[in-house]
Design a protein around this ligand. Sequence first.
Ligand SMILES: *Cc1c(COP(=O)(O)O)cnc(C)c1O
Length: 362
Amino acid sequence: MARPIKATIHMGSLRRNAEKMKRVAGQRSLWAVVKANAYGHGLERAVKAFEAADGLAVIDLFDIERARRAGWDKRILLMQGFFKPEDLKIVQAFDAECVIHNQEGIKVLQSLAPFRDLQVHIKLNSGMNRFGFKPEEEPLVRQTLQAIEGVTVMGVMTHFANACPLYEMDHGVSVANQIKALGAIAERKEGACFANSAAALWLPQVKGDAVRIGISLYGITPDPMVPSRDIDIEPAMTLSSEIIAIQDVNPGDSVGYGSAFTATRPSRIAVVACGFADGYLRLTPAGTPVWINGVLAPVVGRIAMDVMTVDVTDVAEVTVGTPVELWGKHLRVDEVAAACGTIAAELLCCITARVPFVEDNE
Ligand SMILES: *Cc1c(COP(=O)(O)O)cnc(C)c1O
């Protein structure tokens, strides 16, 4: 038998989340962001489930080809641009569109011209200060790009450093200030793509004719202060396993490596087949919940490579073989992430290759 751990991808949830975010986008077109293997859910599954989207936005060059091979025939955007000049061959071969974010990129295009209809998007820096031209450079950048034979400027985009409403209070890089930094461009409708999940959901002042939606497609709230049930999206991944051993320990007995947990009462400890080699973070603190038989039980002791230990003293009817949900429909991955001091996206991307993935159509 294989170890009982598995990641279940809920295809129906992915599909309904995409439909929901398409409604949120309204008149704007929806780029479904599928970077990092669709936030850990599998690019091919995203291709199947995100029919409601108008295009896919990727970071990895080879995801363009992967998406085409999986049957995606709508638009694809290489969202961080090319990394090496030869990347543009793949962009063109698979009919994708490419972000240009700096002068070096423009020079490469000038040196490789003429192109056969290369469609580019100008990335602007609205305060994140990682990629993009200054908004005031946009007219000249556009002119320069359009002067290159075979290049068509499709539009402008920016990625907000902060887009949660909570952030609006007294912070420098508030959405209000990021919009201000964009100047008149912020008012542009045609060929403008500014909003990520948070901005699309909560910031109607962010305009444009397209949105780039990632995290909420996977059923995760972009702002832990606003639970995902309030925005009507469904968790799309369940990470589950089983209890593979049970120990009854006495007060004073310790559990696991480093004896990091010592019982203070007669305790029932379940050993669960899930460890850091599955991608469950070793820094997960004691007390982080797992879901067993309808209740939450705390992780105790250290997460090991292949197993974790859980205090099930207060859980009814646990036996070897009892299912355990590490996160999913009953226990939200963002709650687990919060306990670990991180965000859900990191946990979803950390699942390792030895964990089998299965699909259901719920
Ligand atoms: C990841 C990413 C997004 C999606 O953001 P979410 O908060 O996950 O919706 C949008 N734009 C760019 C440039 C990104 O890198």
